[in-house]
Design a protein around this ligand. Sequence first.
Ligand code: TA6
Length: 299
Amino acid sequence: MSGTLESLNKHFGLSGKINFVEDHNLVKLEVLSQSSRLECYLQGAHITSFKHNKAGELLWLSPIANFAQGKAIRGGIPLCWPWFGKHSDASLQQHGFARNSLFEVSKTSALDNGDVEIVLRLTANETTLSIWPYQFLLEVSITLGESLSVELISHNKDDKPFFVTEAIHSYFKLDDISRLSIGGLEGAKYYDQLSDKECVQAEVNCCINQETDRIYQAPENGIQLLHNDGVKIGLVQENANAVVVWNPWVGKSASMNDFPDSGYKNMVCVEAANARYKVINLAPGSRHSIKQTLQIALE
Ligand code: TA6
């Protein structure tokens, strides 16, 4: 591992901005901008921390998350690709294989505005081809600064088309779920995964007081998460036809071995997705991008 770290820091490290370390036997990037700090594992291109200098930590990470090769980390921003949700083949894991695959570093750069950009990539390999028989390139572009943006860029490198559903599955850290309100979804249609019903969001603000698992049709404008005292996160998403809102509440929290029984009180997932309402059909040689940007506003 040290050889890998040495090589990564030599080729992609940026003094005072990007450093590669080992943590839980996995390679992790520590990234610093003028106004924030981020941690991201090469496994799954998985962001596990986004700490804003004024607003503090904005992502929820399970204190009992698994950090094992090939296992998805509970919390942070897992990436669901090339499918969102359950696969028709029950032997395949939910949410696709990207989140427990080892990504490579494509480039790292310090931008003129003080932001820092990292591009990670995953290409087809023996394992992915055995699951999903397509040649592809998946790029994850992360830009850290006053805000955080995560972009998933799918490239079809095959000679046949393929379909993708996907989600940037962001877990947000809450002081208390009872003080959460999610604005911007009023009037939006949503599919309730628990009741298997199509519904419409009547309330101006979505509040959570029970298990919640909804795939909303994405609103034209952004979504506002008002969650901790004085902190609002504006969520802007591009090329996403859906917004997923999830909280496991009491029962499901207790059923997950990497999720504390009371964890539901301090987290909510609000995910930019292409799922249910539209499947992304990628022709050979074409590409598709989905992006979620977290903008911080202090009340
Ligand atoms: O995004 C919501 C969801 O699809 C829920 O149904 C729940 O399964 C959640 O994802 C977590 O999935 P995971 O496979 O990470 O446990």
